[in-house]
Write a protein that binds this ligand. Structure first.
Ligand code: APR
Length: 240
């Protein structure tokens, strides 16, 4: 599977992972654009928007409550655990588009959440923020200032937290190897991270059962799932 890089392993010191919904698919969390990207016949992409939230905050909160319950019950899978284990051998950073916290649960210590986190909520008006894992029974929840609370995640049309994005670009530009796992690479600016890595002569590996927008840019393509491929990748380092 990783024959192409077997002999280069000793030169790999800094690995950056760019992960998406696909790496959590084997933990039972649906992806956005796959066949399971629907919720009560709503297109997930149409719910994860600021317009959907202001048009129907109750519906969006019902969706997020269901996602929260699903995510809080989910466990990291062998793919998440392999990335965490790799920290024993090289410097690892995870730039994730996921909001499920499974990389951290698996033990990864350097994780940047580009699109926020499902446990975080914030006021749509004042600067109130909170981390919650309890079920939000009355939806939409109200802030003490009287305005509605929202999930502290990045919706379509919103910009990423600037400090997080700046750090992600720098890390992508400094790695020896970038592994792009479980993402269709259709959403920007996360999908520009492989370009920063390539501009700095990093090796690019794509792990995805399907083709992506950037498959042609990759040095190595593993057409398999992350839970199968990533543990195999880590064994390359164990032999050294
Ligand atoms: N292992 C690896 N890859 C997988 C697996 C798996 N077991 N199952 C599915 N995939 C791949 C799919 O082939 C697809 O390319 O994961 C990718 C999931 O793509 P999307 O559903 O588009 O998810 P993602 O790329 O994370 O979306 C990016 O868009 O909706 C927004 O904010 C949301 O963070 C999300 C962003």
């Amino acid at each position: 599977m990783f024959e192409l890089i077997k002999d280069d392993i000793d030169n790999i010191k800094k690995v950056v992972f760019v992960t998406g919904a696909g790496i959590s698919q084997e933990s039972g969390i649906p992806t956005f654009r796959g066949k399971d990207g629907l919720w009560r016949n709503h297109d997930a992409m149409k719910l994860a928007t600021i317009d959907a939230f202001y048009n129907n905050p109750k519906l969006v909160w019902e969706w997020y409550n269901e996602r929260r319950a699903n995510i809080f019950a989910a466990k990291p899978n062998p793919g998440h655990r392999a990335i965490a284990e790799l920290e024993k051998y090289v410097k690892v950073v995870v730039l994730t588009q996921n909001i499920d916290g499974l990389h951290q649960k698996a033990g990864s210590s350097q994780v940047l959440e580009l699109h926020g986190s499902i446990i975080k909520i914030k006021c749509s008006v004042c600067d109130f923020k909170e981390e919650t894992t309890y079920e939000i029974s009355k939806v939409p929840p109200l802030c003490r200032c009287g305005n509605i609370l929202r999930p502290d995640v990045v919706w379509f049309g919103e910009s990423l937290p600037q400090d997080v994005w700046q750090k992600a670009m720098v890390l992508a530009s400094q790695c020896d190897l970038m592994i792009i796992v479980g993402t269709s690479l259709v959403v920007s600016p996360a999908n520009t991270l492989p370009i920063y890595a390539k501009q700095n002569n990093a090796l690019l590996i794509e792990i995805n059962p399907e083709n992506t927008e950037m498959s042609s840019e990759m040095d190595l393509i593993i057409r398999n799932t992350s839970a199968i491929s990533l543990p195999k990748f880590v064994t390359l380092f164990k032999k050294n």
